[in-house]
Design a binder for this molecule. Sequence first.
Ligand SMILES: NC(=O)c1ccc[n+]([C@@H]2O[C@H](COP(=O)([O-])OP(=O)(O)OC[C@H]3O[C@@H](n4cnc5c(N)ncnc54)[C@H](OP(=O)(O)O)[C@@H]3O)[C@@H](O)[C@H]2O)c1
Length: 295
Amino acid sequence: VLLTGASGVLGGRIALRLAERCTVIAARHSTAPAGGVSVDLDLASPASVARAFREALPDAVVHSAALADVDACERDPERAFRVNVGGTEAIARAAAERGLHLVTLSTDTVFPGDGGLQGEDATPRPLQVYGRTKVAAEAAALGLCPGAAVARVCLVTGRGHGPRGTASESIAWALRDGRPLRLFTDQYRTPVDADSVAEALALLLERRGHGIYHLAGPERVSRHALGLRVAALLGLPAAGLEPVRYADQPSAGPRPADLGLDASRARDELGWTPRSLEAAIRLGRAAPDIIAPRS
Ligand SMILES: NC(=O)c1ccc[n+]([C@@H]2O[C@H](COP(=O)([O-])OP(=O)(O)OC[C@H]3O[C@@H](n4cnc5c(N)ncnc54)[C@H](OP(=O)(O)O)[C@@H]3O)[C@@H](O)[C@H]2O)c1
């Protein structure tokens, strides 16, 4: 399997899970990816994508790489579209030319967060540049590569990879270091842990799943409630958690408020069962990994 984004906080966990069942060829961008064999790949360059496919000669593709920093996408929409949409188009074309099964990752923030649990047939209406690039990337994957699957992932918790933490790890590291944290009481998500996402992707590859699948955890929580759960479960002081209302931050720009995904399709068709939020929080790392920069 050719895996893009294998150095990512989620992508690194996908690399480890897939390596249990097949040979993973990790696409290398600026950081050493998780996994043994690698090929160079820059999503911003269609020629680089084509070359990576020629070198890797994969049987299937998992496309996890993206410019996934919401604020960076807002600051530089042109780059966000080039990497997230142009890159996915190049991947989808290369996979289609070779008749390969493509599984590509997307996000819950294709939805505006109006409340309720969104099913796969709900109409996307992103509020931000990042979500808009992902909607276009989904269309490219599904439109250009017959039989492709799109996995829309909620806020990621649990054990991550590399120097950045998952949502639950980042909270734990801040509390452990005595750093204060302001967390929204009025922003809700259905968080899912990275290893459960990786398991769903392995199942999608095995069963050649196609179309859109929502990957969400079993609980809906606010960001602040997530912070309190992390503190309580890991025995960390909750005093540094400051509850704030997103609605009271006029300069912050639009963000989805109440955003949940309904993961019934993945549960029913793939037999997928995501971990509980409690198990996910307990799985988190006590400290970030150190990743070697590219030599
Ligand atoms: N983490 C979450 O909470 C979350 C939630 C919903 C959906 N997702 C989606 O899940 C996927 C994986 O997320 P993640 O958390 O692992 O992201 P991440 O930690 O931000 O990692 C991004 C990955 O993309 C690679 N990348 C960035 N620009 C690239 C380029 N121009 N060419 C090739 N590779 C490039 C990075 O490689 P370098 O480091 O080498 O640059 C890195 O491996 C993304 O599609 C994201 O949109 C994530």
